[in-house]
Design a protein around this ligand. Structure first.
Ligand code: ADP
Ligand code: MG
Length: 257
């Protein structure tokens, strides 16, 4: 099921909440098919930025385009079928089977034809066994539930995936597995992805471009290679210092054993 991720363009975006500027005159172009990580401290405006792209939040001013369409000219229901959204607290419906959770977007859109086959295909895609289709969410581990969240987000074949700390609540091993599998999925499906993460190591591994947000603005914009080689400036360097020190520490430990 090949899809083709769109480009995204934000121009002079401001989002004001009372006296707070969550996003402060931010402009950004994201190339079709790229995997962009958004990092930065809590409160820097990352979630607000994502939610303006799928119109969960409207900008106070500025324009957002997906491909060459203005998002506010697209019907929100249609827009959300074209954008997969995954967030930390998964949000599965506890009283619905896994199959129904995955197919809910199709069901709401009246897209019932071939739904069963589509759910089976999606379970394969996120590497969950078919027998999980009939289970309830509380019968799955956290990692499995998050796979269901991914399957649900992919059900309507979106070209764009917005992910807000999708791996945040998972243990490190599950997190590593899912990160790796998502990277492959992104490439295989030709998606455009924006992922918010707290974890710089994850951003370095996963993304082809890293944006550092602070106070509603982008303070650094670099590739992982640029960040690691120290070419992205002092602020960016401070962010890679921790994973860099951890990696050095592990290498030291492995030498001494
Ligand atoms: P992040 O995702 O980087 O932690 P957010 O986008 O959630 O940041 O928040 C950015 C700023 O906007 C914060 O100061 C936050 O308190 C404020 N904010 C976000 N959403 C709302 C809201 N619905 N009402 C009022 N203030 C908000
Ligand atoms: Mg957030």
């Amino acid at each position: 099921m090949p899809v083709s991720g769109p480009s995204i363009s934000l121009q002079n975006i401001i989002r004001q909440y009372g006296a707070v500027r969550a996003v402060d005159d931010l402009s950004l172009d994201i190339a079709a098919g790229s995997l962009v990580a958004l990092v930065g401290l809590s409160g820097s405006g990352k979630s607000t930025l994502l939610k303006m792209i799928n119109r969960l939040v409207d900008p106070t001013s500025g324009t957002i385009r997906i491909g060459d369409e203005l998002v506010d000219s697209i019907d929100p229901h249609i827009l959300r079928r074209r954008i997969g959204y995954v967030f930390q607290n998964i949000g599965l419906f506890p009283h619905m089977t896994i199959a129904r959770n995955i197919g809910i977007g199709l069901e709401l859109a009246g897209d019932t034809e071939g739904r069963k086959e589509r759910v089976a295909e999606l379970l394969d895609l996120v590497e969950l066994p078919q027998e999980m289709a009939t289970r309830m969410p509380d019968q799955l581990s956290g990692g499995q539930q998050q796979r269901v969240g991914f399957a649900r987000a992919l059900a309507t074949k979106p070209g764009l995936m917005l992910m807000d700390e999708p791996f945040g609540a998972l243990d490190p091993v599950t997190r590593d597995n899912l990160t790796e599998q998502y990277k492959k999925l992104h490439q295989r499906l030709g998606l455009t992805t924006i992922i918010v993460t707290h974890d710089m190591a994850e951003a370095l591994y996963l993304a082809d471009r890293i944006l550092v947000m602070e106070a509603g603005q982008i303070r650094a914009d670099a590739t992982p290679a640029e960040l690691l080689s120290g070419k992205a400036g002092d602020e960016a360097e401070a962010l890679v210092a921790i994973p860099r020190a951890q990696a050095a520490h592990l290498i030291e430990l492995s030498k001494s054993t």
